[in-house]
Design a protein around this ligand. Structure first.
Ligand code: CDP
Ligand code: MG
Length: 184
């Protein structure tokens, strides 16, 4: 969805996000209070937001900080974050695209088996960049240095979720965060 793409000059804002003049630190002429916006030097650098989940296998092994260090070292900013137990209904809605797949029941059971950390990540080409940092769905096939290669146990218990496109990122972020909970 184009509303979630940002460029330095277009000043487009997603629905529900305050315009720059309403944000703390705004001064006339300073259109980009968020450092991520300030880093966007020309129209070719798209600042995006993507949705991330640190899954129950990772929170159980106390890996929230280790995974977030990898995210931040890659240049993505965590602009919203909460640790929650999601309900069966939330998990079924979130993974509805997979409801006919044989692993759907196990996937939902896994996602409600312990706490998760839901986050919004912001940065240049955040959606593709985070997918790169995560690595392939099956950790056995993930590239060295990725989160899943480094930390994950199996294709099911693979530690992290990341949105796969701008449209899904917008829907997934909206399932867990309201606009004023996202602070860039
Ligand atoms: O998470 P990702 O986008 O890489 O993969 P997906 O194809 O959208 O699948 C969603 C999630 O379902 C995966 O992250 C796994 O947790 C689970 N899955 C599974 O348990 N067995 C599979 N063969 C494929 C996916
Ligand atoms: Mg997916």
């Amino acid at each position: 969805m184009a509303g979630w793409m940002f460029t330095a000059r277009s000043l487009q804002q997603p629905a529900g996000i305050l315009p720059p003049r309403c944000l703390p630190g705004y001064k006339p002429g300073n259109a980009f209070p968020s450092p991520a916006y300030a880093e966007a030097k020309d129209d070719s650098m798209a600042i995006e937001r993507t949705f991330s989940i640190i899954k129950p296998d990772a929170t159980a092994r106390n890996l929230t900080g280790a995974i977030n260090a990898m995210i931040e070292q890659a240049g993505l900013r965590i602009v919203a974050q909460k640790r929650v137990r999601i309900t069966r209904e939330q998990a079924q809605t979130f993974y509805a695209v997979h409801r006919e797949r044989p692993f759907f029941g196990e996937l939902v059971d896994f996602m409600i088996s312990g706490p998760v950390v839901v986050q919004v990540l912001e940065g240049e080409n955040a959606i593709a960049k985070y997918r790169d940092i995560m690595g392939a769905t099956d950790p056995a096939k993930a590239a060295p240095g990725t989160i899943r290669k480094t930390h994950s146990k199996s294709i099911g218990e693979n530690s992290v979720h990341g949105s796969d496109a701008a449209a899904t990122a917008a829907v997934e972020i909206a399932q867990f965060f309201s606009g004023n909970e996202i602070v860039g």
